[in-house]
Design a protein around this ligand. Structure first.
Ligand SMILES: C[S@@+](CC[C@H](N)C(=O)[O-])C[C@H]1O[C@@H](n2cnc3c(N)ncnc32)[C@H](O)[C@@H]1O
Length: 506
């Protein structure tokens, strides 16, 4: 027996998507889950109890809880009662949500299972906070056995009521999706299970640090599934974020292993999970709790090789910063070509063969910035620097692309690094030639790029991510640097050179 027929929700989704433009939906974080994904998510639960209480926060048309009810009604296990609590505050989807709830009720009735469904047409954050509030006079709120969610993806405005409410409970997050998952996890009873689909962005980076730590602390992570293709999963809905589905159990000891799996799109039948020791997913000494997703033997090898490089940037006496020149803020000081009183301004478009080639003639970006009291703090003293692009196009082969700023190629006492770049420096100053070149070579290696991808689903490369990475010893970097003459060697050669250093690590 099924909640007849669940597939109707795919048609509803398509028609709702056709009725509202992408902009409108993204303003409320409404990207509805295809039925195949909902079914896969529901299949991750253990369903150990005969009485289940399901929470669906940001329920949309109800596809997620419907997939759960469908799995329970058609499953082998005997169920006695199902309760569903669905939060949704968008009027446009509410009639469909009510229909779905009704269908679940009829499906359960036909299967002889007691069913109670409640739609709460209100803000989940506000309601959730009231239910998890801790304090002297707080009453223990209702608790759920299962929480399933595809939460809204939206930045939380610093001045908003939502921000204030979340702060009051110590829920420090910058995006609504993390707030939803955090609250839902807190609303689970001990042993309660959570399955969520969210962007992968929480796996690394400073903005999701508190969320990662809280989630890993509150729950025992069992499974993470990664979608290799950004576009395929929401099909007709152009979701460009890389998404993951995860299953976690409230409380209990840390898992020994986490099952990690991936699929190109919704071809879940081809999915093979692998058990990865928890300490390889979250490294034991990592205070930022980055979540690494090693999908196969090649990824394991990358982790092992990278483990051979022991130095942090801090230990090397180096740091990496984002280029401080935000061009639109200093528009009046920008010049298309160098002139008297200006200094070079470096953009990613100046990267050529692993070096900064300046100026460029294309005319799209300014080449220079006026050096004055107003801009002085934005400029660095000329020297050798290793630079990386902060953004790569989706179709680009590499995430991390590095180049050397060579002061002997560009005659100027100061230089401006634009905000689309990160630059490696030593207390704000340049590096030795070999060190800068060695660093750029290492950053350009396939090993570095592959390792980076294990914890970042972003096309963006932030300075914080680069600070997290492990680097060779200074002498090794200098040795690498000596291989760089007037251009960066080709990829194959770079990889062979870095591979040799890996072998030196033993
Ligand atoms: C990404 S959609 C997912 C909908 C549904 N769970 C699914 O998987 O198809 C998130 C839903 O959360 C709703 N939503 C956004 N903010 C909300 C809030 N503060 N409280 C309750 N629902 C909210 C949106 O209207 C949207 O329907």
């Amino acid at each position: 027996m099924t909640v007849a027929p669940l597939d109707i929700l795919d048609r509803v989704r398509k028609s709702l998507n056709a009725d509202a433009c992408r902009h409108e939906r993204s303003s409320i974080g409404q990207f509805l889950t295809p039925v195949t994904i909902a079914r896969f998510m529901a299949s991750l639960f253990q369903w150990e109890s005969e009485h289940v209480r399901i929470l669906d926060a940001g329920a949309g048309t109800g596809v997620l809880f419907a997939a759960c009810v469908d799995a329970l009604v058609s499953g082998k296990q005997r169920m006695l009662s199902i309760e569903v609590t669905a939060y949704e505050n968008n009027g446009r989807v509410l009639p469909h949500l009510k229909d779905t709830m009704e269908r679940c009720k009829s499906g359960c009735k036909a299967a002889g299972i007691s069913f109670r469904g409640e739609i709460r047409a209100e803000d989940f954050v506000r309601a959730g906070i009231a239910l998890v509030e801790e304090g002297l006079f707080a009453v223990e709120g209702e608790r759920f056995t299962h929480a399933i969610l595809n939460p809204p993806y939206m930045k939380i405005n610093g001045q908003s009521v939502t921000r204030r409410l979340l702060d009051s409970e110590g829920i420090e997050v910058s995006n609504l999706y993390a707030a939803f998952v955090w609250l839902a996890a807190r609303m689970l009873e001990p042993g309660g299970e959570l399955v969520a689909i969210t962007p992968r962005s929480f796996c690394n980076g400073p903005y999701f640090r508190r969320f990662r730590i809280a989630l890993l602390d509150m729950t025992s992570l069992q499974r993470i599934h990664v979608f290799e293709s950004r576009k395929k999963i929401f099909g007709d809905d152009e979701v460009l974020q890389e998404n993951v589905i995860y299953h976690a159990v409230r409380g209990g000891p840390k898992p020994r292993c986490v099952t990690v799996s991936s699929s190109e799109g919704v071809d879940f039948h081809k999915t093979i999970g692998r058990a990865v020791p928890f300490e390889c997913v979250v490294l034991p000494d990592d205070r930022d709790a980055f979540i690494h997703l090693a999908m196969n033997d090649t990824d394991d090898l990358v982790m092992k090789r990278m483990g051979g490089f022991a130095m942090s940037l801090y230990e090397l006496g180096l740091d990496v910063s984002t280029g401080p020149v935000v061009d639109f803020r200093v528009r009046e000081y920008l010049r298309p070509v160098p002139e008297q009183g200006t200094m070079p301004l470096v953009y990613p478009c100046h990267f050529q063969n692993g070096f900064v080639s300046w100026p460029v003639g294309s005319g799209k970006k300014p080449n220079a910035i006026v050096s004055s009291a107003q801009t002085r703090d934005l400029l660095a003293t000329a020297g050798y620097y290793a630079l990386t692009k902060r953004f790569s196009a989706k179709e680009e082969r590499r995430r991390v692309v590095a180049a050397v700023y060579d002061p002997h190629r560009i005659e100027a006492p100061l230089v401006g690094f634009e905000n689309h770049l990160n630059y490696f420096h030593s207390r704000g100053q340049g590096l030795s030639a070999d060190l800068a070149k060695g660093l750029a070579l290492y950053l350009n290696s396939s090993l570095f790029d592959q390792y980076f991808r294990l914890f970042s689903g972003h096309t963006q490369v932030n300075a914080t991510d680069l600070r997290k990475m492990r680097y060779p010893y200074r002498e090794q970097l200098m040795r690498l640097g000596r291989h760089v003459k007037d251009r960066m060697p080709d990829q194959e050669t770079v990889d062979v050179i870095v591979q040799r250093e890996c072998e030196n690590n033993g």
